[in-house]
Design a protein around this ligand. Structure first.
Ligand code: NAD
Ligand code: TYD
Length: 360
């Protein structure tokens, strides 16, 4: 494959994936298709914006005409689809926005890919024409719901049981991807990953939000008792897994991605406080008093834990970073990039597109 469209490439995970592909595969053309919602920030990619195999197209995945135009313009033969609304709390406030982007947006992309790659041919002829193309859908472990029994894990066979409007919309998008595989023979792959952490995450999510608040001595709002468990994976390990699955995973298959790295929220928050206080030159325990228990998130899933044995056994992928190392590097990155955090929290980053691509 030579021409790869990555949707949502200006977001957190997408920007790491775009950088990885642009640098690792100079023979590919990498087209970043992103609407630049509040979560999209082209400054995340400022280091590669002039690299010759990188292209940016501002656009909505729900805009079928524009998607079709871009697929044809670059003769796209592979799509890695990350564009989404991604924050559970926002999905509770505005579920329709999540249905639009995550469900209808994914359906729009699927339909455009099918139309373009099947060259308008129906049945077996269409299936044949689509061979050699790939629609890779990036999804979440949250579609599986919440684990209650300790020691149990989400496998690829687990029943879908989403609880939040976010996870319901992602579950629905996964179902549409499989429906296009089964109904039209679209070559697809899906991966479901656990919580990611690392640089460039929008400071509405737990880790960057709390680091930003520690920096400003603001309260740290812990939902409920802080006992919910998440399985944390370094974002570059997710990007590497997508690379491996994209190139070597079996067509039609689903792969779970996770680090076997479970943390109770409150324990993770205490690690963040310890490391951040030490890097900021504060005495030990200085920011513990910022912890503020607040009303729980409605429908808050208790525990996520991924079993990524299939990915390891079939494709040899394993996380590269130990958590202590990854979280320390991440905290150091946010404290070293306070300008990035300030630009995002002030809204200044929204002007980056105009500055870089003004008038286009
Ligand atoms: P993000 O919110 O940081 O970025 C989303 C990107 O999508 C932004 O650049 C935004 O501008 C773009 N976008 C939103 N709506 C769009 C639209 N209609 N058209 C085009 N672009 C649009 O998200 P993220 O955390 O990087 O997550 C990326 C993907 O990975 C999502 O599909 C998410 O469900 C999945 N995922 C995330 C995690 C995680 O921990 N963050 C874990 C597993 C899976
Ligand atoms: P988040 O980063 O929003 O990811 P997700 O909900 O997709 O897992 O939240 C991670 C965990 O942290 C989750 O259990 C909710 C909790 N949380 C808080 O306790 N306080 C907060 O302000 C946020 C944003 C999250």
């Amino acid at each position: 494959m030579k021409n790869i469209l990555i949707t949502g490439g200006a977001g957190f995970i997408g920007s790491h994936l775009v950088r990885l592909f642009v640098n690792r595969y100079p023979e590919y053309r990498i087209i970043n298709y992103d609407l630049l919602t509040y979560a999209g920030n082209l400054a995340n990619l400022s280091d590669i914006q002039d690299v010759p195999n990188y292209f940016f197209e501002k656009g909505d995945i729900c805009d079928s005409e524009n998607v079709d135009r871009v697929l044809r313009k670059y003769e796209v033969d592979g799509i890695i689809h990350l564009a989404a609304e991604s924050h559970v709390d926002r999905s509770i406030t505005d579920p329709f926005c999540f249905a639009r982007t995550n469900v209808l947006g994914t359906l729009t992309l699927l339909q455009a890919a099918r139309n373009c790659w099947s060259r308008g041919l129906a049945g077996d002829a269409g299936r044949q024409a689509m061979e050699g193309h790939l629609f890779y859908h990036v999804s979440t472990d949250e579609v599986y719901g919440s684990l209650s029994e300790p020691g149990t894990f989400f496998t690829e066979e687990c029943r879908y049981d989403p609880h939040s409007p976010y996870s319901a919309s992602k579950a629905s998008s996964d179902h549409f991807v499989r429906a296009f595989r089964d109904t039209y023979g679209l070559p697809v792959k899906i991966s479901n990953c656990s919580n990611n952490y690392g640089p460039y995450q929008f400071p509405e999510k737990l880790i960057p939000l709390f680091l930003n608040n520690i920096r400003h001595s603001k309260p740290l709002p812990v939902y409920g008792k802080g006992e919910n468990v998440r399985d944390w994976l370094y974002v570059m390990d997710h990007a590497r897994a997508i690379d491996v699955i994209f190139h070597r995973g079996r067509i039609g298959e689903t792969y779970n991605i996770g680090g076997f790295n479970e943390w109770k929220n409150i324990d993770l928050i205490k690690v963040m406080i310890r490391v951040a206080d030490s890097l900021l030159g504060h005495p030990e325990g200085h920011s513990l008093g910022l912890i503020t228990y607040v009303t729980d998130r409605p429908g808050h899933d208790m525990r996520y834990a991924i079993d990524s044995t299939k990915l390891k056994d079939e494709l040899g992928w394993e996380p590269s970073l130990q958590f202590e190392e990854g979280i320390t590097e991440t905290i150091r990155w946010y404290l070293d990039h306070q300008e990035w955090l300030d630009n995002v929290t002030s809204g200044d980053y929204m002007n980056y597109y105009e500055k870089m691509y003004g008038g286009r």
